[in-house]
Design a protein around this ligand. Sequence first.
Ligand SMILES: [Ca+2]
Ligand SMILES: [Ca+2]
Length: 235
Amino acid sequence: MKILSLILLVALVWTSTLLAAEIEWEYIYEGDILPDDPSLGDDAWELKGDNKFAEVTDQDELHIDDVGENHCFFLYNVADAAVMEQATIEARVKVLSQSGAAEFEVLVGMQDGSQSKWLDLFPDHIKLDSSSMTYDVDMTDYHILRMTRDGQEITIYLDDNEVIEGPHTGAGESWKGFIFGAGCTLCKSEQYWDYVVFTTEGAFSPDVLPSYASTLSVTSKGKLAECWGRVKSQF
Ligand SMILES: [Ca+2]
Ligand SMILES: [Ca+2]
């Protein structure tokens, strides 16, 4: 009987490990190329506005310096609106300045062809668009922001902590997919995007699907260990 329990336990752990391993980011944009670069092929974002405001830095960040006369945002189009009902988008981003009449000048979010949900970013706070829900944070330093959609429920995480929850209602837009960048024609802003990642496999908290940044630091640690190993082997 004990052996049977042990076998069941092993099978359970093995299955849950397999299930856990299946949850991963579906799409990763690293900020090392313009999002609309044709070399990305089917994975290229659609540029809306003018990308003369956009450049890639030597730190692999997308720098958008929206000086005002146009907008510069990017759409990742999906064909099927239904997949947007369970979705997660995360970005590591900082906002040095933002001004103008529209709150969505610096935005990240998702839309399903009839409703859109955006997180509006400011140097000193974030706000769920088309709501009064805000959270104060110094966005002039990098932070990791995540939006999840579970049916009609939107949740915002800041550096792995849940900070805002609200309904999936927003401006009506016909686009389907993910969006980020400088959204307002007459507004101005300066913004940096270290990465943008998403999945349409579900609405995942950072406990279930760790931040992309945390997987990067593991890689860096691995590289550091490997480097140290090489250094030691030379003595
Ligand atoms: Ca503008
Ligand atoms: Ca980057």
